[in-house]
Design a protein around this ligand. Structure first.
Ligand code: HAX
Length: 442
């Protein structure tokens, strides 16, 4: 059965569960909110629902119930590779089912049709100053495509219907995930390769074609597949996923929604941390290792200098995780298993930071999680394969994150989730409730 038909069945099956929860159990309490959470970024408040992925603080991410190794093991592999195709992962994220090879091939074929990026998108990118950040280019490209949104057209058609609205979200979402690697490759070639563009290869899967379009090696095809899958989804509360969900909850179409999500991803406390990690490591080498080899002592000194300057150690800490991010470990294992990479000088420095930073952060005593997150490792791999322009790394993250954000908003519409609108209070109200020992609940 085609992906969209399977999805329809799944959504139809799921709807009664949501209806029953709201009708029969709507007033059941599942969490409470304190002043810390109210002032401190709504941390840990259980107020979002998604079945696409779940983040356990100790275990890390599960996609549709599967850990990262289980996900990689279960999905059909790309031709001649040990890694799954991104297309099979998309099917899995959307439906929760591991696709067969035939179902995967159907998605690959479907994306080939969808991936034709209109010329005006490239023109919009080119109209920007070349020294614009590549995330600006990606976000502008996303917005430029809005004019052809199928969801917006459906909304404006006068036939808008809540029950079928998800179908046009699915159409836009699929166009976005198929096109975004093509746009990213265009930005890369425009910005760093003197606009020497490479035509897409219609015989390749998404990851392999991205590698081809940025002039990369055969081995990089697996890097792209792994990278896009690892960065796809991290449940709903992170800034990029939450922003995409929030904007779409106003029935803004997927282009508006993901452009907004990308703008959130571009923050240094979120997706831009991968660029920051490389910048930190390069600065460290330039400043502390002019005439000497990097050592743990030098790294420790540099980490303390960063902390004492009131800055964060990029790539470390997490709002939910309380252990080393399994996305970090998956990339580290890739490095250890790749000839050349495991002996790479930059990998060695990053490994030394891994040995030292958790102790330093623990001694510093502020962060709740001193362990590395996904961004601490990802730049090393890109750098090794020759992607040395590290302000591009968040664009790679954005290509992967599109999969999770688009799967989520397709389901948001399928299940008819409401416009998001939390309630504000004033500081004086908090002070009053603090003095009274808590707000009196009716
Ligand atoms: N270095 C220094 N201080 C840190 C820190 C780090 N890596 N991580 C947390 N802290 C500090 C916080 O700034 C905060 O200090 P204040 O009390 O002075 O405000 C304190 O420790 C408590 O923070 P927390 O509760 O442990 O962490 P938060 O949930 O508030 O923030 C962050 C989570 C990821 C934003 C944070 O750990 C951080 O800034 N890390 C560095 C940037 C980074 O790597 N971001 C990427 C995260 C993963 C991701 O989204 N990838 O896209």
């Amino acid at each position: 059965m085609a992906l969209k038909d399977t999805l329809k069945l799944k959504i139809d099956e799921h709807r009664p569960r949501i209806t029953r929860l709201v009708k029969e159990f709507g007033k059941v309490i599942i969490d409470q909110v304190n002043i810390d959470q109210c002032i401190g970024g709504a941390r840990d408040i259980r107020s979002l629902v998604t079945d696409i992925s779940y983040l356990d603080p100790q275990e890390g991410i599960r996609f549709r119930g599967k850990t990262i190794p289980e996900t990689f093991a279960a999905l059909p592999k790309a031709k001649g590779s040990d890694y799954p195709t991104v297309e099979s992962f998309w099917y899995f994220l959307l439906t929760g089912d591991v696709p067969t090879q035939a179902q995967t091939d159907e998605v690959i074929a479907e994306w080939k049709v969808r991936q034709a990026v209109p010329q005006y998108v490239f023109d919009a990118i080119k109209a920007l100053p070349l020294d614009s950040h590549p995330m600006v280019m990606l976000s502008v490209a996303m917005l430029a495509m809005q004019k052809d949104s199928k969801f917006a057209a459906f909304y404006n058609s006068g036939k808008f219907n809540k029950m079928t609205a998800w179908e046009s979200v699915y159409e836009d979402a699929s166009d976005i995930v198929a096109r975004i690697p093509i746009i990213a490759a265009f930005i890369y070639n425009l910005k760093y390769r003197g606009n020497k563009q490479i035509a897409l290869d219609p015989t390749l899967d998404m990851g392999a074609n991205f590698a081809h379009m940025i002039g990369q090696s055969e081995e990089y095809k697996d890097v792209a597949r792994m990278y896009f899958i690892l960065h796809s989804d991290h449940e709903s509360g992170n800034v990029s996923a939450h922003t995409t969900h929030l904007v779409h909850s106003a029935l803004s179409d997927p282009y508006y929604s993901y452009s907004a999500g990308l703008n959130g991803l571009a923050g240094p406390l979120h997706g831009l941390a991968n660029q920051e990690v490389l910048a930190w490591t390069m600065n460290f080498q330039a400043k502390y290792c002019k005439d000497v080899e990097p050592t743990k002592e030098l790294i420790k000194a540099a980490l303390w200098d960063t902390l004492n300057a009131g800055q964060v150690i990029p790539g470390y800490g997490h709002a939910v995780l309380r252990k080393t991010d399994p996305r970090y470990m998956a990339q580290r294992e890739f490095c250890l298993a790749t000839p050349g990479l495991k002996d790479d000088a930059l990998f060695k420095v990053v490994s030394m930071i891994f040995e030292v930073a958790p102790g330093v952060l623990t001694e510093h005593g502020k962060t709740k999680n001193p362990w590395p997150n996904v961004d601490a490792q990802s730049g090393v791999i890109q750098y090794f394969y020759g992607l040395r322009e590290y302000d591009f790394y968040t664009v790679l993250f954005g290509v992967g994150r599109a999969l999770g954000c688009m799967a989520n908003i397709t389901w948001d519409r399928g299940l008819g989730y409401a416009i998001e609108r939390p309630k504000s209070v004033t500081t004086a109200m908090l002070e009053k409730w603090a003095a009274e020992g808590g707000r009196k609940l009716a």
